[in-house]
Every structure is written in structure tokens, then in C-alpha cells.
Design a protein around this ligand. Structure first.
Ligand code: HEC
Ligand code: HEC
Ligand code: HEC
Ligand code: HEC
Length: 323
């Protein structure tokens, strides 16, 4: 696989936030708020709602074991572990018990891994100790070295890679010269130069001149989804979110499909975006500052200069035939 090294690097960086997952067992409420509420609070995709005994009644009757297996392995529209593979099995158990207890099944009260938990194992937990992955903590490619040696802080402008702010005169430099890899690390010299690796991939006019979405679609690349396992498959979610844009620009269509083909839900939820349509205030200004969509776009995904890739839907006309 020609692009193997590069893809691996990108995926490593994008999934590294999960590597920070702490070792303690988190409470049912913490897990629910973080990974289940997105669907179970309002009943997205017909998920049984928290607090609704009718929604949960038949399901509870299947027995706890069945619920566990379904939550762990995925069930119909629900991805395994709510789409967040870093959650521990014990934590999923806590979250289901929390959901049941909150939906009127008193027998599950106090069993959802809270401080009053009468089981011996889990560490003491309070509401505020789950890991806070803030957007800034999602590392940029160039900071891999920094992660290994947290003391040595290097500061770069967030827009260093943003080709809208500073169009690159040259692109796809060799690894030793690209400012991303450590030129003093001998491993850098072993990497295949991107120009060579990208030769056979679908072209784009911007960024690193590769259309990664097309390349994946056309099977020109088949990146590992999980760095440590060669057979795990992504949970692809085909859900478009249309964001109406004030002014004359076409509306933004955010496609879950193209993202979840590469990315785990936890790359975006809940650190960058609350998983609820319209719940996030998104603006071009913050994107250009490297926040929100700009955490990736302009750095490890196509740059912000490609307006039409995001602003892809014509505004619905007020007078007209509704199209
Ligand atoms: C992407 C949306 C989504 C997320 C996130 C999600 N669920 Fe679900 N869940 C669903 C849907 C949809 C169903 C109903 C599936 C069906 O029966 O069609 C469901 C059903 C369930 C059930 C009942 C299964 C059964 O056998 O009837 C349990 C238990 C459950 N979810 C637990 C969880 C837990 C725990 C989390 C968080 C770790 C979670 N879910 C996150 C969508 C989601
Ligand atoms: C690249 C970032 C990204 C990834 C990865 C991602 N999402 Fe989202 N998600 C978003 C954005 C952006 C929104 C819209 C938020 C808004 O409109 O304020 C959203 C919205 C949602 C919503 C709310 C839908 C609604 O109609 O209210 C759910 C549920 C959701 N995501 C679940 C998931 C699940 C499950 C996964 C993994 C399979 C996932 N997301 C992966 C960015 C992402
Ligand atoms: C966690 C990283 C990340 C975030 C955050 C993110 N994206 Fe992406 N996005 C990607 C990657 C990776 C791709 C696929 C590679 C590429 O197209 O450069 C992609 C692809 C896309 C595509 C598909 C383009 C096509 O050719 O089909 C669109 C549209 C898009 N993103 C819009 C958005 C919008 C809008 C937001 C903010 C609401 C956003 N993205 C946030 C990483 C991200
Ligand atoms: C990575 C996806 C993406 C790209 C690329 C992109 N935009 Fe946006 N843009 C958004 C999102 C998301 C919003 C917020 C929409 C909303 O209000 O919910 C937005 C909002 C806007 C707005 C409304 C005002 C504001 O600041 O929120 C304007 C104007 C705009 N974009 C212009 C542009 C122009 C011009 C380009 C190209 C130079 C561009 N955008 C490229 C995603 C993108």
C-alpha cells in the first residue's frame, strides 16, 4: 500500500484523542451524557428515550444480558458502544442501568456506577471527573513529537497549514522538509515521499492535491480504521446536517457519511460538536481560527478555500416551486 505511511499518520493523529481515555471506570450518568444522550435524549433514529417507561418496557423484558449485548455489539440503527469503542464494557453496563433507573425501573437505581455504588471495583467517581477533551487538545500532525515529550512546548500559528490564509507555493514536500515530521528522527527518512505515494490517487485542485473522499470510494486506498487491528470496520452513519447560512452563500451540508468512513464519532462528539442539530454555533470566523470544522479542514482535510465543498446546497427560494 503506497500511501500507507501517510494514511497511518493521519489516522493516528485523528484517533489519538481516544488514547487519552483514562483508566478509571466512569459512572453511568457520565457515559450517558457523553455518548448516549445524542440519540437517547430525544429519540433520534427512534432510540428509546430516557425517562420513558413505555419506550423501555419491552426492551427491559428481554433481560439485561440482551440489552448489554446489543449495546456492546450494536443493534439496528445503534452503533456498537454508541459509536465510541473506547468506552469500557463495565461503563456501558453502568450507562444502561442509568438509563433504566431514570426511566422508572427502580431495581436499577444506585447500580449505575455512581459514588454510592455498592460494588467493590470501580473507583470513586464524581460528576466532573470524566476526561475533558477540549478541541485544542486534538493534536495537529506536527505535534506528535510534542505528545511524546509534553515538556517541550512548541508554539505555531494555528493557521500555519491553512492554505486560505497563506497559499502554499509548493506542496507535498519530502517528509524531512515538510515541517510536520521531525527531520532528526531517522524514521522520517524511511517514509515514502508524498509525491510518489499520491501518484496513483484521484486528483484535487487544492490541499495536498488528492481527493481523499474519491480515493477511498474508488478503493485506491484502504486505510486501517483502527491502528491496532486490521479487520475492524468503521461505523458509517449516513446523516446529512444542513446548516442554513445567513447572507448569500449557499447553505452548508455537513455529511456524516464521508466523515464516519474515516473517523470515530469521538473525534467530534462531544468535544468539538454537541451531537444535536443546531446546538452548536458555527461561524466562518472560528473555522478560520482553526476551531470547529477548522480543527481538521485546512490541516488534515481539504482547506477552507474550497467554499463549495461545504456550501453545497442552494438556498430554498421563498417564492418559487420549493426547489
Ligand atoms: C447514533 C444513535 C445512538 C447512540 C449514540 C446510542 N444509541 Fe442506544 N439505541 C439507538 C437506537 C436507534 C436504538 C433502538 C434500536 C431498535 O430497536 O431499532 C437503541 C437502543 C438501545 C438499547 C436497547 C436495545 C434493545 O435490545 O432493545 C440500549 C440498551 C441502548 N440503546 C443503550 C445505549 C447506550 C448505553 C448508549 C451509549 C453508550 C447508546 N445506546 C448510544 C441509538 C443510539
Ligand atoms: C467530523 C465531525 C463529526 C463526526 C466524526 C461525527 N459527527 Fe455527529 N455531528 C457533527 C456535526 C457538525 C453535527 C451537527 C451539529 C449542529 O448542527 O449543531 C452532528 C450531529 C449529530 C447528531 C444530531 C442529529 C440531529 O438530527 O440532531 C447525532 C445524533 C450525531 N451527530 C451522532 C454521531 C455519531 C453516532 C457519530 C459516529 C458514528 C458521529 N455523529 C460522528 C459532526 C460529527
Ligand atoms: C475531526 C476532523 C474533521 C472535522 C471537525 C470536520 N471534518 Fe469535514 N472532513 C474531514 C476529513 C478527514 C474528510 C475527508 C478528507 C477530505 O475530503 O479532505 C472530510 C470531508 C468533508 C466533506 C466531504 C467532501 C467530499 O468530497 O465529499 C465535507 C462536505 C466536509 N468535510 C465538511 C465539513 C464541515 C461543514 C465541518 C464542520 C461542521 C467538518 N467537515 C468538520 C475531517 C473533518
Ligand atoms: C469546511 C467547511 C466550510 C468551508 C470550506 C467554507 N465554509 Fe463558510 N461556513 C461553514 C459553516 C459550517 C458555516 C456556519 C453555518 C451556520 O451558520 O450554521 C459557514 C458560514 C459561512 C458564512 C456566514 C457567516 C458566518 O461567518 O458564519 C459565510 C459568508 C461563509 N461561510 C463564507 C464562506 C466562504 C466565502 C468560503 C470559501 C472561502 C467558505 N465559507 C468555506 C463551513 C464552511
Amino acid at each position: 500500500m503506497k500511501a500507507y505511511h501517510l494514511i497511518l499518520t493521519i489516522l493516528f493523529v485523528l484517533t489519538i484523542s481516544s488514547a487519552f481515555a483514562e483508566t478509571e471506570i466512569r459512572s453511568g450518568k457520565d457515559i450517558y451524557d457523553m455518548a448516549c444522550a445524542g440519540c437517547h435524549a430525544t429519540g433520534v433514529l427512534e432510540a428509546p428515550k430516557l425517562g420513558s417507561k413505555t419506550d423501555w418496557d419491552k426492551r427491559e423484558k428481554q433481560g439485561f444480558e440482551v440489552l448489554m449485548i446489543h449495546a456492546l455489539k450494536g443493534f439496528k440503527n445503534m452503533p456498537a458502544k454508541g459509536g465510541n469503542p473506547t468506552i469500557k464494557d463495565q461503563e456501558i453496563e453502568n450507562a444502561i442501568k442509568y438509563q433504566l433507573a431514570q426511566s422508572g425501573f427502580d431495581q436499577y437505581k444506585e447500580k449505575s456506577g455512581s459514588t454510592e455504588n455498592n460494588k467493590p471495583a470501580p473507583a470513586k467517581k464524581t460528576a466532573d471527573t470524566r476526561p475533558k477533551i477540549i478541541p485544542e487538545a486534538i493534536p495537529e500532525t506536527k505535534n506528535i513529537a510534542k505528545i511524546k515529550q509534553p515538556k517541550k512546548t512548541r508554539t505555531h500559528s494555528v493557521n500555519r497549514f491553512n492554505r486560505l490564509m497563506k497559499p502554499a507555493a509548493e506542496w507535498n514536500l519530502s517528509p524531512a522538509k515538510d515541517g510536520i515530521h521531525d527531520p532528526e528522527n531517522e524514521g522520517t527518512l524511511l517514509l515514502q515521499p508524498p509525491k510518489q505515494a499520491f501518484e496513483s490517487l484521484s486528483n484535487a485542485k487544492s490541499g495536498n492535491r488528492v481527493d481523499w473522499v474519491k480515493s477511498l470510494q474508488n478503493k485506491e486506498i484502504s486505510p486501517r480504521y483502527d491502528r491496532l487491528s486490521d479487520d475492524s470496520k468503521p461505523v458509517v452513519m449516513d446523516l446529512n446536517i444542513v446548516r442554513e447560512v445567513k447572507g448569500s452563500m449557499p447553505d452548508v451540508v455537513y455529511p456524516h457519511k464521508q466523515h464516519t468512513e474515516w473517523l470515530d464519532c469521538s473525534n467530534c462528539h462531544p468535544a468539538i460538536f454537541i451531537p444535536q442539530k443546531g446546538a452548536n454555533q458555527i461561524s466562518m470566523a472560528s473555522i478560520l481560527l482553526g476551531q470547529q470544522c477548522g480543527v481538521c479542514h485546512g490541516k488534515v482535510a481539504f482547506p477552507v478555500s474550497e467554499c463549495r465543498k461545504c456550501h453545497s446546497q442552494k438556498k430554498a427560494l421563498k417564492t418559487g416551486n420549493g426547489k
